[in-house]
Design a protein around this ligand. Structure first.
Ligand SMILES: Nc1ncnc2c1ncn2[C@@H]1O[C@H](COP(=O)(O)OP(=O)(O)OP(=O)(O)O)[C@@H](O)[C@H]1O
Ligand SMILES: [Mg+2]
Length: 256
């Protein structure tokens, strides 16, 4: 990043819970960092923040403290050995979960400020489509909607895409298929969303990437280690690197 350019805010949402948003956010942060980007990963799940748990981090200042004015951003952000910076969240923080207008504005200002200092600000959003998630999605330069082949994931992902088009007309939204049996199965999931968006919302949706189901993912999570550190050659690690490369290619293309 140079001159007055600001970084890019990427939000990861899904509607349905448990589809791999948090794991994917961590892995994508590491893949982008490996590709040379300065990345800030923000735990923006205001209901059940848990990036710190997946990474086995000790407690410390978090987003809640920063918003309450008890900690500066610089104090709360930690450098992870995997090469990215991390702003932990606060689990069960009711005041953030119900994010009202003023607090939402504060979060927006904080994230835009962060985008002036980091090249990529990645937001791991909570499940659901409450106003906090919608606000974060609308704020982002790119929204990645994670979907799996489960029918409930597809309907929830479609709802997120639809609301995002209402909240940010013309905004950049793309689908990531996670837990795919193989590439063809992943493409099938994306095509159903693309077709539904084309038919009912007037335009299809782009595919950002497909990540295969991989037994090494839960294994690394159990050990509280990032996958790309523990299993750098795993199939899912390869998929996350391709996803990162695709995002970078589009991002630099858009800036040139
Ligand atoms: N590609 C994958 N292969 C195998 N297992 C996966 C994969 N991606 C995610 N998982 C499994 O899915 C579980 C849920 O992942 P994660 O906590 O990241 O989901 P989430 O969408 O953030 O959930 P929540 O909505 O509760 O925040 C993980 O514990 C992991 O075991
Ligand atoms: Mg999560």
């Amino acid at each position: 990043m140079s001159g007055n350019e600001t970084g890019r805010i990427i939000a990861i949402a899904s509607g349905k819970g448990g589809v791999g948003k948090t794991w994917l956010s961590i892995s994508l942060a590491q893949a982008l960092a490996e590709a040379g980007q300065r990345v800030l990963l923000v735990d923006a799940d205001f209901g059940l923040a848990n990036i710190d748990v997946q990474l086995g981090l000790p407690p410390g200042p978090d987003l809640g403290e920063v918003l309450a004015g008890r900690s500066g951003l610089g104090q709360a952000v930690r450098r992870h050995a995997a090469g990215f910076d991390l702003l932990p969240g606060r689990s069960g923080c009711g005041s953030l979960a119900g994010l009202g207008g003023a607090a939402a504005g504060q979060v927006g200002a904080l994230l835009r400020g962060a985008a002036a200092r980091w090249e990529v600000v990645l937001l791991d959003c909570g499940a659901g489509i409450d106003p906090a998630v919608r606000g974060l999605a609308a704020l982002a330069d790119t929204l990645l909607v994670v979907a799996t082949e489960e029918p409930t994931s597809l309907t929830d992902a479609y709802a997120v895409l639809k609301l995002h088009r209402r909240d940010r007309p013309g905004g950049d939204q793309r689908v990531v298929v996670n837990l795919a049996a193989d590439r063809a199965a992943g493409e099938h999931v994306w095509r159903s969303l693309d077709t539904a968006c084309g038919r009912f919302l007037g335009a299809g949706v782009a595919l950002a990437g497909i990540v295969r189901r991989d037994a090494r993912v839960p294994e690394a999570i159990r050990r509280q280690m990032p996958l790309l550190t523990r299993h750098p050659m795993a199939a899912s690690a390869e998929d996350v690197r391709s996803l990162a490369a695709g995002l970078n290619a589009i991002s630099s293309g858009a800036r040139n």
